[in-house]
Write a protein that binds this ligand. Structure first.
Ligand code: HEC
Ligand code: HEC
Ligand code: HEC
Ligand code: HEC
Ligand code: HEC
Ligand code: HEC
Ligand code: HEC
Ligand code: HEC
Ligand code: HEC
Length: 460
C-alpha cells in the first residue's frame, strides 16, 4: 500500500471514531436486549436476541462496522461501503459462524493500516475461496460451470458467489420462495433472455412456471449450445417426445437430432444451419484448446479475403487441413438447424403453434437454409462461429463434408421432393413409404445412422 493512501485513510479515522461512539451506544442497547423499549414487536425482539447471541469478537467488529462513517475508496475509484447490519447478520445463515470464519486474514488494527483493494470485483474474487471451507459441493459445482470458466479466462462480468448471495444477509433458502427469487438472480445479467422466457409456454404459468435452473442448473451452468446439453434437459421432462413426434414426422429421431427443439417450437424465429465440428465419431464437440486457434486461423485463411463467408471448397480444405496431421480423431461437420438468438431459444410457444409443415424446410430456397455458420466449441464450451456462404448446402463439393444436410435445399432436394410426395401421398401408410425411401437413399441413411449412433451413444 502507498503511504499516501495510508495517510488519506487515517485522516478519515477520527471522524469515524466520533460515529463509532454513537454506534457503540446503540449496539449496547441491542446487546442488552429489547427490554429498554416499551413493547417491541416479536420480530424485533427475536432479532435483538439474535444480536445478543453474537460472540464478543463479532460484537467488537460491529462496533465499527455497524455504522461506519465513510465508505472505503478503492483503487478503481469505486466506493466500498463498510457497513454490516448487525440484525441482518445475526439472523442470517452465517450469524452463528462469526466474522472470522470468512475474514480470518484480517489483522487487528486493519482500520489504521488500510490494505489496498483494487476493485469490488477483486475483493469478491479473493473472498470466493473462503466459501470452500464449508460449502464444498456448491463450490465444486460452480468450478465446473461455464461461469467459472469465464472467470478463469479473465471475464469480469461472470458471476462470483457474492454476486448471487450476500454473505452477510443470506437467509435459509428453505424459508424463501426460491423459485420466484432465482430468475431475479439470473435476470440481473441475462435480461433479454429472461424477458423472453417470462412470456413463453414455460415461463408464463405463474406458480407452475419453470425456473432457469430447470434447464441450466444453478451452480454448474453449462454452455447452452454445446453438443445436446439442452435437448437432454428437455427430454428429461418430456419423455414421450420421440414417440409423439414419430406419429406425424417420418424418421423422427433423425429430425430431433438435426433440429434443435426451439427451431420448431419458436414459430416466429429466424433459423439457420449451424455446421458443428465434431471429433470423429465422438459424441462431443471438440473443445480441444489446440483446435480452437487452429479453427480461427484456418477459417480466416480458408475464407481468404472473401466476404460471403466460407464456401464449399474452403470448408473442404479446412477439414483436410484439420485432419492432415492425424489428430486423435478425424474432424467431421454435423449440421444442426437452430434459432439465431438466445432470446428466440426461450420463446417456446404452445404446441398448436409449432412448425409441422414439411414445406417450411423441404422446399427449394427455404428461408431456414439461407443462413449458415460453421462453429467449433471454444474452451468453455460456448461456440466460436464463422459465417459460411449458403452455397455450401447446395454445392456438390459439400457431400463429403456435411452429409445429410447437403440434401436439404440442394439439387438433391428434387430427390427428397419425390420422397416427400410419396410420403405425403402414402398418408397414414408411412411404413410402406419408408421402405421405398430406404431403398432410394440407402447410402445416405447408412451415413446418417453411423453419425446418429456416435451421437446418441454419448448422450446416454
Ligand atoms: C460467510 C462469510 C462471511 C462472513 C461470516 C462475514 N463476511 Fe464480510 N464479507 C464476505 C464476503 C464474501 C465479502 C465480499 C463481498 C462482496 O463481494 O461484495 C465481505 C465483505 C465485507 C466487508 C467489505 C464491505 C462489503 O460489504 O463488501 C466488510 C466491512 C465485512 N465483510 C465485514 C464483516 C463483518 C464485520 C462480519 C461479521 C459481523 C462479516 N463480514 C462476516 C464474507 C463474509
Ligand atoms: C476500530 C474500528 C474497526 C474495528 C473494530 C474493525 N474494523 Fe474492519 N474496518 C475498519 C475500517 C476503518 C476499515 C477501512 C480500512 C481501509 O481503508 O482499508 C475496515 C475495513 C474492513 C474490511 C474491508 C477491507 C478488507 O481489508 O477486506 C473488512 C472485511 C473488515 N474491516 C472486517 C472487519 C472484521 C471482521 C472485524 C472484526 C474482527 C473488524 N473489521 C473490526 C474499522 C474497524
Ligand atoms: C448465478 C448465481 C449463483 C452463483 C454464482 C452462486 N450461487 Fe449459490 N445458489 C444460487 C441459487 C439461485 C440458489 C438456490 C437454490 C437453487 O436454485 O438451486 C443457490 C444455492 C446455494 C446454496 C444452498 C443449496 C446448495 O446447493 O448447497 C449454497 C450453500 C450456495 N448456493 C453457495 C454458493 C457458493 C459457495 C457459490 C460460489 C462458489 C455460489 N453459491 C454461487 C445462485 C448462485
Ligand atoms: C465457516 C463455515 C462457512 C463459510 C466459510 C461459509 N458458509 Fe455459507 N453457510 C454455513 C452454514 C453453517 C450455513 C447454514 C447451514 C446450511 O444450510 O448449510 C450456511 C448457509 C449458506 C447459504 C444458504 C444455504 C441454504 O441451504 O439455505 C448460502 C447461500 C451460503 N451459505 C453461501 C455462502 C457463501 C457465498 C460463502 C462464501 C462467501 C459462504 N457461504 C461461506 C457456513 C459457512
Ligand atoms: C425450458 C428450458 C429452458 C429454460 C427454463 C431456460 N432456458 Fe436458457 N436456454 C435454453 C435453450 C434450449 C437454449 C439454446 C441452446 C442452444 O443454442 O442449443 C438456451 C440458451 C440460454 C443462454 C445462451 C443464450 C445465447 O445467447 O446463446 C442463456 C444465457 C440462457 N439460456 C439463460 C437462461 C436464463 C437466465 C433462464 C431463466 C430466465 C433460462 N435460460 C431458462 C433452454 C432453457
Ligand atoms: C453477474 C452476472 C451474471 C449472473 C448473475 C448470471 N450470469 Fe449467466 N453469464 C454471465 C456472463 C457474462 C456470461 C457469458 C456469456 C454472455 O455474456 O451471455 C454468462 C453465460 C451464461 C450461460 C452460457 C451462455 C452460452 O452461450 O452458452 C448460461 C446458460 C447462463 N449464463 C445461465 C445463467 C443462469 C441460469 C443464471 C442464474 C442462476 C445466470 N446465468 C446468472 C453473467 C451472469
Ligand atoms: C420438426 C419440428 C419439431 C421439432 C424438431 C420438435 N418438435 Fe415438438 N412438436 C412439433 C409439433 C408440430 C408439435 C404438435 C404436434 C401436434 O399436432 O400435436 C409438437 C409437440 C410437442 C410437445 C407437446 C406434446 C407432444 O409430445 O405432442 C412437446 C412437449 C414437444 N413437442 C417437445 C419437443 C422437444 C423437447 C423437442 C426437441 C427434442 C421437439 N419437440 C422437437 C414440432 C417439432
Ligand atoms: C422441468 C421439466 C421441464 C423441462 C426441463 C422442459 N419442459 Fe417443456 N413443459 C414442462 C411443463 C410442466 C409444461 C406444461 C404442461 C404440459 O403441457 O406438458 C411444458 C410444456 C411444453 C410445451 C407446450 C406443450 C403444449 O401442450 O402446448 C412445449 C412445446 C415444451 N414444453 C417444450 C420443451 C422444450 C423444447 C424443452 C427444452 C428446451 C422443455 N420443454 C423443457 C416441463 C418441462
Ligand atoms: C424445421 C425443418 C424441417 C421440417 C418442418 C421437416 N423436416 Fe424433414 N428434414 C429436415 C432436416 C434438417 C433433415 C436432414 C437431417 C439429416 O439427414 O441430417 C430432414 C430430413 C428428412 C428426410 C430424410 C430423412 C433420412 O432418412 O435421411 C425426410 C424423408 C424428411 N425429412 C421428411 C419430412 C416430412 C415428411 C416432414 C413433414 C411431416 C418434414 N420432414 C418436416 C428438416 C425438416
Amino acid at each position: 500500500m502507498t503511504s499516501c493512501r495510508t495517510a488519506g485513510a487515517s485522516a478519515n479515522w477520527p471522524r469515524l471514531a466520533g460515529a463509532v461512539a454513537g454506534v457503540v451506544a446503540a449496539l449496547a442497547l441491542s446487546f442488552a436486549g429489547a427490554s429498554a423499549h416499551a413493547a417491541p414487536s416479536p420480530a424485533a425482539a427475536k432479532a435483538a436476541a439474535k444480536v445478543a447471541e453474537l460472540s464478543a469478537e463479532d460484537k467488537a467488529c460491529l462496533e465499527c462496522h455497524a455504522r461506519p462513517a465513510q465508505p472505503k475508496m478503492l483503487a478503481s475509484g469505486e466506493k466500498l461501503s463498510l457497513a454490516v447490519a448487525p440484525k441482518a447478520f445475526a439472523q442470517s445463515v452465517h450469524g452463528g459462524e462469526g466474522c472470522e470464519a470468512c475474514h480470518s486474514g484480517l489483522e487487528e488494527g486493519h482500520d489504521k493500516q488500510p490494505r489496498k483493494i483494487a476493485s469490488r470485483r477483486a475483493l469478491a474474487l479473493e473472498m470466493k475461496d473462503q466459501c470452500a471451507d464449508c460449502h464444498k459441493k456448491a463450490v465444486k459445482q460452480y468450478d465446473d460451470s461455464v461461469h467459472s470458466a469465464l472467470v478463469r479466462t479473465g471475464s469480469d462480468k461472470a458471476p462470483l458467489c457474492s454476486d448471487c448471495h450476500n454473505p452477510h444477509t443470506a437467509t435459509s433458502l428453505k424459508d424463501q420462495a426460491e423459485a420466484s427469487s432465482e430468475p431475479v438472480v439470473c435476470q440481473k445479467c441475462h435480461e433479454g433472455v429472461s424477458k423472453a422466457f417470462a412470456q413463453s409456454v414455460h415461463g408464463s404459468t405463474g406458480d407452475e412456471a419453470l425456473a432457469c435452473k430447470d434447464c441450466h442448473r444453478t451452480h454448474n451452468v453449462k454452455a447452452a449450445a454445446f453438443a445436446d446439453n439442452m435437448r437432454k434437459e428437455c427430454l428429461s421432462c418430456h419423455k414421450e417426445t420421440a414417440a409423439t413426434h414419430a406419429e406425424w414426422l417420418p424418421n423422427a429421431d433423425r429430425h430431433l437430432e438435426a433440429i434443435s427443439c426451439p427451431a420448431c417450437h419458436t414459430p416466429d424465429a429466424t433459423r439457420r444451419v449451424n455446421l458443428r465440428l465434431y471429433e470423429g465419431a465422438a459424441p462431443h464437440q471438440s473443445t480441444d484448446k489446440v483446435g480452437v486457434p487452429k479453427f480461427v486461423k484456418l477459417a480466416n485463411w480458408a475464407n481468404g479475403n472473401g466476404t460471403g463467408g466460407l464456401d464449399a471448397r474452403a470448408l473442404w480444405s479446412m477439414l483436410q487441413e484439420f485432419n492432415q496431421n492425424g489428430s486423435a480423431g478425424k474432424m467431421v461437420l454435423r449440421g444442426r438447424l437452430e434459432v439465431q438468438t438466445g432470446e428466440q431459444a426461450h420463446q417456446l410457444a404452445a404446441k398448436a403453434l409449432a412448425i409441422k409443415d414439411c414445406d417450411t424446410c423441404h422446399r427449394q430456397g427455404a428461408t431456414s437454409f439461407q443462413a449458415v455458420t460453421v462453429s467449433m466449441a471454444g474452451p468453455d464450451g460456448r461456440p466460436l462461429r464463422h459465417e459460411a456462404s449458403k452455397g455450401v448446402l447446395t454445392s456438390v463439393e459439400s457431400i463429403g463434408s456435411i452429409g445429410g444436410f447437403y440434401a436439404i435445399g440442394s439439387t438433391r432436394i428434387k430427390l427428397l421432393d419425390v420422397l416427400l410426395v410419396m410420403v405425403l401421398a402414402a398418408g397414414i401408410a408411412l411404413p410402406g413409404a419408408h421402405l421405398t425411401m430406404k431403398l432410394l437413399s440407402r447410402r445416405q441413411r447408412a451415413k446418417a445412422a453411423a453419425a446418429q449412433q456416435g451421437e446418441s451413444s454419448g448422450s446416454k
